[in-house]
Design a protein around this ligand. Structure first.
Ligand code: ATR
Length: 288
């Protein structure tokens, strides 16, 4: 079975890309990449592939056989993509997960652009530099893992990872210290051990997906702090509401990160990096 249908305006020579996941109907990737293709003048066809559970390999093999050049990978296949790759970038190794694939002959190159997309959104779009700042990140799952090296590359004064399960935060802190090229102090703590105030507080836990509030003291938000929830499209999450009630005026969700990780993948595939402003404006959900 062919996993995708080329759309009617593409030519036989049009390069094919897709996002694979299950479910996949919710994915914004086709909208984003089609917009990028239009503004950069790239002739690509980008579709959604619903990957049947347990059939990641067969589905991707079929896509490649039909001329597919690259894929974005979303839940629940990020680990399958990790196993499928022949060449894993450091970003994917650090994240322990893959969100973009590039096919070249027999080679399958794999990347994870989430972390670099997050940092690009913070520093470039939101104009909130990290250098010399105290950064707190909530959660010690895949989202935090992927963000560690890109965050540390910005040379913050300190990076604190806070998690309900303290051992996981400590593990990630050790991993970050082992792999960073600089000398940034990194700590992994439980919520009751967090002290002081931070200039950037990032919610990379999955709490917002379930509408829960991480047990975070309101004292963590320094004056002028940016509170950023990596989830997208949930409006004012309990985390962002806590920040707002603590007096934080700079609030953001992950829409910019979503667009920026897509732009990184697009540039990796096509050699041209699109502007993200129009896509971010189109996808922004008000924080209310
Ligand atoms: P992801 O890949 O999206 O990071 P994950 O690997 O399942 O997802 O990790 C989810 C993270 O969110 C974990 O760090 C989890 O904390 P525990 O390790 O203690 O379970 C964190 N998390 C989930 N719900 C939370 C909540 N309500 N409050 C605080 N942290 C939460």
């Amino acid at each position: 079975m062919t996993p995708t249908m080329p759309n009617s305006i593409s030519h036989p020579s049009t390069d094919r890309y897709a996002v694979i996941g299950n479910p996949i109907a919710q994915s914004k990737s086709p909208l984003i990449h089609s917009a990028f293709a239009q503004v950069t003048g790239q002739d690509i066809n980008y579709t959604k592939v619903l990957g049947p559970m347990g059939e990641f390999v067969a589905t991707v093999d079929a896509f490649r056989a039909s001329g597919g050049r690259g894929m974005n990978v979303t839940a629940p296949f990020k680990l399958d993509a990790f196993a499928y790759a022949t060449d894993l970038a450091l970003s994917a190794q650090m994240a322990g997960a893959v969100n973009a694939l590039k096919f070249e002959g027999e080679r399958v190159y794999a990347e994870n652009f989430d972390g670099v997309g997050l940092v690009r959104d913070l520093v470039h779009n939101l104009q909130h530099p990290l250098q010399g700042r105290r950064v707190l990140i909530l959660g010690a799952g895949g989202a935090t893992r992927g963000a560690l090296l890109p965050l540390l590359a910005e040379q913050p004064a300190e990076l604190v990872i806070v998690n309900r399960t303290v051992a996981k935060a400590q593990e990630l802190a050790a991993l970050a210290l082992q792999h960073q090229t600089g000398q940034v102090p990194v700590q992994g703590l439980g919520y009751d051990a967090v002290q002081g105030a931070f200039d950037v507080v990032l919610n990379a836990s999955s709490s917002s997906l379930s509408g829960e509030l991480p047990p975070l003291p309101a004292s963590v938000f320094a004056p002028g702090c940016l509170a950023y929830d990596l989830t997208y499209g949930k409006g004012l999450t309990p985390f962002l509401k806590l920040a707002q009630q603590a007096g934080v005026t700079r609030l953001a969700d992950g829409v910019g990160m979503l667009a920026e990780q897509a732009a990184e993948a697009f540039a990796w595939w096509r050699g041209v990096r699109p502007e993200t402003g129009a896509v971010i404006a189109q996808l922004t959900v008000p924080l209310v």
